[in-house]
Design a protein around this ligand. Structure first.
Ligand code: SDX
Length: 460
């Protein structure tokens, strides 16, 4: 593992817990990393105390040690292998960031050129895999297709599924990173009934993504450099984000020894949720539903109402309790893209800016430190570039693939790897006697069958 792996070293500090039921004390080692909060090593706590720790949602739990990405939520800091996201967004490109996340260091010019060429050698899909798209309805959600096709890669690339072989692990990583834009673009073309176009090796990663998505076979496609740069920046900003829900899903799936393609498919499924990667699509739907600035107060009120499930999409974050640094970069990119496309007064952008202004002045959001996150502006940019809203999370998945793969590789390469198997606080029935069918009384109408079983709503 690159970087200084201090995570399993205890620097002589300890945490002592006292069980007030019997006065027993437990002295637990304090582990410190390179940056950020230290962690109490509770790996032997249950075995010695018979007591579990309880943390649904892992708000206070470090599930692993990692040297890939660091976030300081209070300071709004995001580092990929130690490099600030702002520097990478301005000076780097997505291929260089992929190399950095995978190998831990910035590439030399030769290493970068070789890496880009090697990725390009894997951008095509097996011809039979192209048939998989045809099994979906034309209006299938692109994320449904992406989950299916990426999982199906396991059936084609058997020479890169032996996770014990570092060579095969890296080959699988290259293949997945290379093929995601092709798969993503094809989900869009399939929905339109447009023929698939093969990637072109003289295009960059972002140029190819735009080309495979929007080109028409009857015309030459000339990528717009401003849009290419904006898309490359979106991919950089989405590349990794430490132990978010989808990355944790990939790690948990990978801990069982599942092959990398299946693990990435699991990550795609988790990313799809509106609380996570599906938020960019949800932001656009929300802005469209609000429709007019005059209706913002009504939606702010709903967002605060505990009895209303509505939340302000694109606001809040589990870790960032300050402005998401990625949102700031996306805000600037948004204006660049709209200017390049000659979109002077985009009503949704105006609405978004007004919503941001009002929300950032509201005590509810201020007290809970709910700031715009990365998804708040990306949807407006992607829509301006011509992507339909149901493709937004596909683009997020394409960018995040290198993060998923880097975390999967980091975990698998760790000789101390254990299968992830959380415990639980059981709140169900204590043990009870079985009652024979003939002796059971019907106490209440239970179960969905009364709705779906063909009977009427009274379950008859
Ligand atoms: C991503 O983890 C990552 O790193 C994710 C991500 C990545 O790169 O991988 O950064 C990408 O997923 C960004 C987040 C995109 N999701 C959204 O924009 C959906 C809207 N946001 C919320 O669903 C929410 O903010 C979460 C899910 C992002 C975070 O939820 P938490 O950390 O579980 O916070 P919480 O639900 O405990 O909220 C704390 C309080 C609650 O109020 P109280 O019970 O304290 O009174 O804040 C409120 C919440 O009701 N709250 C919101 C809100 N988000 C939190 N209220 C209104 N609107 C919101 N958006």
């Amino acid at each position: 593992m690159s970087g200084t792996d201090k995570s399993t070293q205890n620097d002589g500090a300890f945490f002592t817990l006292t069980d007030e039921r019997d006065g027993q004390q437990y002295r637990l080692p304090l582990l410190s990393g390179t940056l950020g909060a230290p962690a109490i090593d509770i790996r032997n706590f249950y075995n010695t105390s018979g007591v579990l720790t309880y943390d649904p949602g892992f708000t206070s739990t470090a599930a692993c040690s990692s040297a890939i990405t660091y976030i300081d939520g209070d300071q709004g800091i995001l580092l990929y292998r130690g490099y600030p996201i702002q520097d990478l967004a301005i000076h780097s490109d997505y291929m260089e960031v992929c190399y950095l996340l995978l190998y831990g260091e910035l590439p030399s010019p030769e290493e970068k050129a070789t890496f880009e060429r090697d990725i390009k050698l894997h951008t095509m899909l097996h011809d039979q895999l192209m048939l998989f798209f045809r099994g979906f309805t034309r209006n299938a959600h692109p994320m449904a297709i992406m989950v299916g096709v990426v999982g199906a890669l396991s059936a084609f690339y058997h020479d890169s599924t032996d996770i014990k072989d570092p060579e095969q692990r890296m080959l699988a990583a290259y293949r997945i990173i290379a093929k995601m834009p092709t798969i993503g673009a094809y989900t869009y073309r399939y929905s339109l009934g447009r023929p698939f176009v093969y990637p072109k090796n003289d295009f960059s990663y972002a140029e190819n993504l735009l080309y495979m998505t929007f080109s028409v076979p009857t015309e030459e496609y000339v990528p717009n450099p401003v849009l290419v740069k904006a898309l490359d920046r979106i991919l950089i900003l989405h590349a990794d984000h430490e132990q978010n829900a989808s990355t944790s899903t990939v790690r948990l799936a990978g801990s069982s020894g599942a092959n990398p393609f299946a693990c990435i498919a699991a990550g795609i499924a988790s990313l799809w949720g509106p609380a996570h990667g599906g938020a960019n699509e949800a932001v656009l739907k929300m802005l469209t539903e609000i429709g007019d600035k005059s209706r913002i107060p009504e939606y702010i009120k709903r967002a605060k109402d505990k009895n209303d499930p509505f939340r302000l999409m694109g606001f809040g974050h589990r870790v960032y309790k300050h402005y998401d640094p990625r949102a700031q970069i996306m805000r600037e990119t948004c204006h660049e893209v709209l200017a390049e496309l000659g979109i002077k007064d985009d009503p949704l952008l105006d609405l978004a800016m007004e919503l941001e202004r009002i929300a950032l002045q509201d005590d509810y959001f201020i007290e809970r430190k709910l700031y715009p996150n990365v998804d708040f502006y990306t949807g407006i940019i992607m829509r301006a570039m011509g992507f339909p809203t149901n493709m937004f999370t596909v683009l997020f998945a394409i960018g995040r693939t290198v993060g998923w793969v880097a975390h999967w590789k980091e975990m698998i390469a760790d000789p101390k790897i254990k299968i992830g198997r959380p415990r639980q606080l059981y709140v169900g029935h204590p043990q009870r006697e079985y009652i024979p069918l003939e002796k059971r009384q019907q106490t209440e109408i239970r179960g969905w069958s009364r709705l779906w079983g063909g009977g009427n709503k009274n379950g008859k």
